[in-house]
Design a protein. Structure first.
Length: 313
C-alpha cells in the first residue's frame, strides 16, 4: 500500500464527508493505493456515525473510536500503530490542511529519501495575536532547544516513512515534537515543505492559548528526556555531587574555624555557614536518591495502555 492518511479528530462531523471526498479524489487521480484512518478522540457530535457511513461507502476508510477524549498524541499513536502504508500522512480534520499537498509530500519521502517531511504554514489565516505571534515564539524556542531546524513544528500536515512512525513513541502531548522524537530515534533526514493553509470552514478550534503554555512545558520535558532520559543519574548525580561538595566544603571550614580560629567563640550552630552546609548536603542526598529512583523506574517500567478503544472498523 502506498499511503496511509491518519486523521485525528474531535467533534468535526461537518467536515468529514468533504474531507474524505477530497482525499479520495486526490488519491484516485494519482493512482495511489491508500487507506484513510479516522481516529475519533471521544467525539460527542456524531462524528463516529459519519465515519461508519464513509467506511460502508469506501473500503479504504478505517476508523478507531476512543472511549473518551485522550488527546491528539494518543490518537496519533493509535493511528500509527494501525497504519499499513509505506508512507504515512497526518493531517487535521478541520479542512485547514490541503490534501492536494499529499502527492508532493509522498514523492519527497519516496524519491528524495527523507525520513519525514513537515509542513510549513508560511501564510496563515489564524488570529495574529492569539495564534500567529505565540506560534512564532514557540517555534523559535523549539528550534533553539531541540536543534531541529523547522519553521513550523505544530503543523498537522506531515509525511513519514513507515519506519519512523513504527519506531517512535508519541505520548502525553508530544505530538508537537514528533520531529524531535524522530531525530532522537536516529531519523535525521527531516525536510520541510511550504504548504497551503486554509481558513477553518466549520466549527471552532479545539485549542486555546493554554496549548502554548503546555507546549513550552512539554519542550522542557522533551529536552530533559532527549538529554537525560536514558541516564537520569547523569543529571541528578551531578547536581547531587555539587550540593554535597558545597556542604562538605562548609563543614570543613566550620571544623577548622572551631578547632583553630575561634575555639572559645560562639557555637557552630550560631553561624549561618552551618545551615548552608546542612541544607546543601540534604539536597545533595535527595538528588542522588532521585537519580537512583529514575534509573530503577527506567529499568523496570512496563508498557501501559494509554487509551481505551471503544470501537474500530
Amino acid at each position: 500500500m502506498n499511503i496511509s492518511v491518519v486523521i485525528p479528530l474531535l467533534n468535526e462531523k461537518e467536515s468529514l464527508i468533504e474531507l474524505h471526498d477530497w482525499i479520495a479524489n486526490v488519491m484516485q487521480s494519482n493512482h495511489f493505493s491508500y487507506e484513510i484512518l479516522f481516529i475519533d478522540d471521544g467525539s460527542t457530535d456524531g462524528s463516529w456515525e459519519t465515519i461508519q457511513q464513509l467506511s460502508q461507502k469506501n473500503n479504504a476508510v478505517k476508523g478507531i473510536q476512543f472511549l473518551r477524549n485522550f488527546g491528539k498524541s494518543q490518537a496519533l499513536h493509535a493511528g500509527f500503530d494501525k497504519a499499513q502504508g509505506d508512507v504515512i500522512i497526518t493531517m487535521d480534520a478541520d479542512l485547514q490542511d490541503n490534501p492536494e499537498e499529499i502527492p508532493e509530500l509522498y514523492n519527497m519521502i519516496v524519491s528524495n529519501g527523507y525520513d519525514m517531511v513537515s509542513g510549513w504554514k508560511k501564510k496563515r489565516y489564524d488570529s495574529v495575536i492569539s495564534k500567529n505571534i505565540p506560534s512564532k515564539l514557540f517555534n523559535w524556542a523549539a528550534r533553539k532547544t531541540s536543534g531541529v531546524k523547522l519553521n513550523d513544528f505544530n503543523c498537522g500536515l506531515k509525511a513519514y516513512h513507515q519506519n519512523v512512525v513504527k519506531n517512535i513513541d508519541v505520548n502525553g502531548e508530544m505530538h508537537r515534537y514528533i520531529p524531535v522524537l524522530a531525530k532522537n530515534a536516529g531519523f535525521s533526514n527531516i525536510g520541510e515543505k511550504v504548504v497551503q493553509h486554509q481558513a477553518r470552514k466549520y466549527g471552532e478550534t479545539k485549542f486555546g492559548m493554554e496549548r502554548f503554555i503546555n507546549g513550552f512545558l512539554d519542550l522542557i520535558t522533551i529536552w530533559f528526556i532527549s538529554r537525560f532520559g536514558r541516564q537520569p543519574m547523569h543529571l541528578f548525580g551531578t547536581l547531587g555531587f555539587i550540593m554535597l561538595a558545597i556542604g562538605f566544603a562548609f563543614s570543613i571550614y566550620l571544623g577548622i574555624d572551631k578547632l583553630f580560629l575561634t575555639p572559645h567563640g560562639r557555637l557552630i550552630t550560631d553561624k549561618p555557614q552551618f545551615y548552608i552546609a546542612l541544607v546543601t548536603m540534604i539536597m545533595g542526598t535527595q538528588f542522588f536518591v532521585a537519580g537512583f529512583l529514575g534509573e530503577i523506574i527506567l529499568r523496570t517500567k512496563e508498557n501501559r495502555q494509554r487509551y481505551l478503544i471503544k470501537d474500530n472498523i
